[in-house]
Design a protein around this ligand. Structure first.
Ligand code: G3D
Ligand code: MG
Length: 192
């Protein structure tokens, strides 16, 4: 956490997960129409911000999103550096994207040096109504992953099934994650 010139708490969030799981769509749905987005072409990153009120406190969230799946080492380092939260997204219709979650966490640890509070989003839940749903990743599986993550590694995490298409649980995910970041910040400052 840093503070902007007006003293508002500012948090950096990074979106991670396989390609096409809906990271950019989740961010767009959360921010709504007319949000301000900037692009840093040299490192292939988009970022956008939103002011958010939680429990009477205003915070500024800066949400980073990798444009394309760029692999450059120096890009990765810059992307993760100083982040206060991870938004790890998988697609319930794509089991491989669920299986790859731990790889993303390993990468985050490698570059950020630690894993911050994490929201695990099981996206595209609107597609579960189709007849073909037996292959889809079940909510219990995502929940179990989040529970293991928190219990084994001691990292605060939250799990939601979301839809960037109809907006299901998008606001809730970011509100919960923001509360977790604030709590983590208070805890860390208490330790200093
Ligand atoms: P990424 O940023 O993780 O690579 P995108 O993923 O946000 O670009 O989304 C990839 C595709 O999935 C897009 O479709 C997008 O519309 C779709 N998508 C994202 N979220 C959802 C969701 O919750 N439900 C459904 N049904 N589709 C979703 P296209 O066709 O544009 O490639
Ligand atoms: Mg994207």
């Amino acid at each position: 956490m840093t503070q902007d010139p007006s003293g508002t708490m500012m948090f950096k969030l990074v979106l991670i997960g396989d390609g096409a799981v809906g990271k950019t769509s989740v961010r767009r749905k959360y921010l709504g129409k007319g949000f301000i987005s900037s692009h840093i072409a040299t490192i292939g990153v988009d970022f956008a911000q939103k002011y958010m009120q939680v429990d009477g406190t205003t915070v500024r969230l800066v949400i980073w999103d990798l444009a394309g799946q760029t692999g450059f080492e120096r890009v990765r380092r810059h992307y993760y550096q100083g982040c206060s939260a991870l938004v790890l997204v998988y697609d319930i219709t794509n089991r491989e994207s669920f299986d790859n979650m731990s790889r993303w966490l390993v990468e985050s640890f490698k570059y950020a040096g630690e894993i911050p509070p994490t929201a695990i989003l099981a996206n595209k839940v609107d597609l579960r109504t189709s007849n073909d749903s037996s292959k889809f990743v079940l909510p219990e599986e995502g929940q179990a992953f989040a529970k293991m993550f928190t219990e084994k590694l001691g990292i605060p995490s939250v799990f939601f099934e979301t839809s960037a298409k109809n907006g299901e649980n998008i606001q809730e995910s970011f509100s919960t994650l923001t509360r977790m970041m604030i709590a983590e910040d208070i805890k860390r400052r208490g330790k200093k």
